[in-house]
Design a protein around this ligand. Structure first.
Ligand code: NAD
Ligand code: IPM
Ligand code: MN
Length: 352
């Protein structure tokens, strides 16, 4: 039986995950296979329940599952905890590293009906269709960190091995082969040694993909180009922290952070999570946009379970409700039909 581990987590995670599960169950209702959905505690919620952000049972459940569906973790209540116990590091980074989800795929596409919801001009965003491939288990996130008392200072070490770079760059080329055949590798090779190695390896890997064009941008320029002329990008590949920052920026090219889905992959196994966080400022108010999570669930059906038709059904249902003018608060403009998290989930189910 195909197994899905469901981890709502904290803040709006508790509100958006039930909507995605509802959509998944609807689309899988006539499937010949019975999917198992099993829920686990994670993040601050797990700390409150049992003292640990990533309980053994949760880790084991995720190891045994074919796919993980995660909401978000973290929030002000747990910000004072030491690094090793925090929801973000212990739970999220713990799961990514523990299950070796090294490839984070974040697709950014402007849906026609959202063009007017964008904070950017129509002619800048209307043809946006890119995917950012972010390395997820290396770099400064996972390097040695230390606080020194005298003199008061701190460091976070950034390192990458050649195989870590090669596997993510290779994946970017493979994905580009089935798209517009352009890879832009983003680094800071004018300053960082890890970036100089990254660039060397990107060039080496590109030799195996003669039909794919490789370009390089420094990350500062890439941030600027994303807003200046985003349609130039097809596939962007970059290291962990650059990818984190650039994808929040890029999310606005697709209308809202509440639209940006993400798949964290290791082969066919994946953890599917919206790119946004637990949004403490709107949590518990039925205001969050559940579509990033619902679209992440579609990525799960496609990438892990090979259910392309079902994935497309979800994507088409999302496109349809947006075309009908339904908007959560993050996307709404005066005159739009505003709806809450739950109502948006219901609308997607109805559109299926
Ligand atoms: P955030 O992404 O949670 O929120 C940023 C802004 O975007 C907020 O104004 C929020 O209201 C809005 N927003 C986010 N998702 C939305 C949605 N679905 N619909 C409508 N609006 C949405 O980032 P933050 O405020 O910097 O972080 C809050 C907490 O989440 C922190 O504890 C952080 O560490 C954590 N975080 C977790 C993840 C994760 O679990 N994957 C990702 C990012 C941040
Ligand atoms: C994301 C988040 C995480 C990251 C945090 C919460 C550790 O911002 O998934 O983008 O930086 O990877
Ligand atoms: Mn982020």
């Amino acid at each position: 039986m195909p197994k899905i581990a469901v981890l709502p987590g904290d803040g709006i995670g508790q509100e958006i995950i039930p909507e995605a599960v509802k959509v998944l169950k609807t689309v899988l209702a006539n499937s010949p296979e019975d999917f198992e959905f099993k829920e686990y505690w994670v993040g601050g919620t797990a700390i409150d329940k049992c003292g640990k952000a990533l309980p053994e049972e949760t880790l084991k459940g995720c190891e045994e599952a074919d796919a993980v569906l995660l909401g978000a973790v973290g929030g002000p209540k747990w910000d004072h905890l030491p690094a090793a116990e925090r929801p973000e590091t212990a739970a999220l980074l713990g799961l990514r590293k523990g299950l070796e989800f090294y490839a984070n795929i974040r697709p950014v596409k402007m849906l026609v009906s959202l063009i007017d919801s964008s904070t950017l001009k129509k002619e800048i965003v209307e043809n946006v269709d890119m995917v950012v491939i972010r390395e997820l288990t290396g770099g400064v996130y996972f390097g040695e960190k230390k606080r020194i008392d005298n003199p008061l200072s701190a460091y976070d070490m950034m390192s990458y091995s050649a195989p870590e770079i090669e596997r993510i760059v290779r994946l970017a080329f493979e994905i580009a082969q089935n798209r517009r055949k352009k890879v832009c590798s983003v680094d800071k090779a004018n300053v960082l040694e890890t970036s100089r190695l990254w660039r060397e390896i990107a060039i080496k890997v590109s030799k195996d993909f003669p039909e794919v064009e490789l370009s390089h941008l420094y990350v500062d320029n890439a941030a600027m180009q994303l807003v200046r002329y985003p349609e130039q990008f097809d596939v962007i590949v970059t290291e962990n922290m650059f990818g984190d920052i650039l994808t929040d920026l890029a999310s606005m090219l697709g209308g809202s952070i509440g639209m940006l889905s993400s798949a964290s992959m290791n082969g066919k196994k994946g953890m599917y999570e919206p790119a946004h966080g637990s949004a403490p400022d709107i949590a518990g108010k039925n205001l969050a946009n559940p579509l990033a999570t619902i679209l992440s669930a579609a990525l799960m059906l496609r990438n892990t379970f090979g259910l392309e038709e079902e994935a497309q059904k979800i994507e088409a249902a999302v496109t349809k409700v947006l075309a009908q003018g339904y908007r959560t608060a993050d996307l709404a403009r005066p005159g739009d039909k505003r709806m809450g998290t739950k109502e948006m989930g219901d609308a997607v189910v109805a559109a299926l």
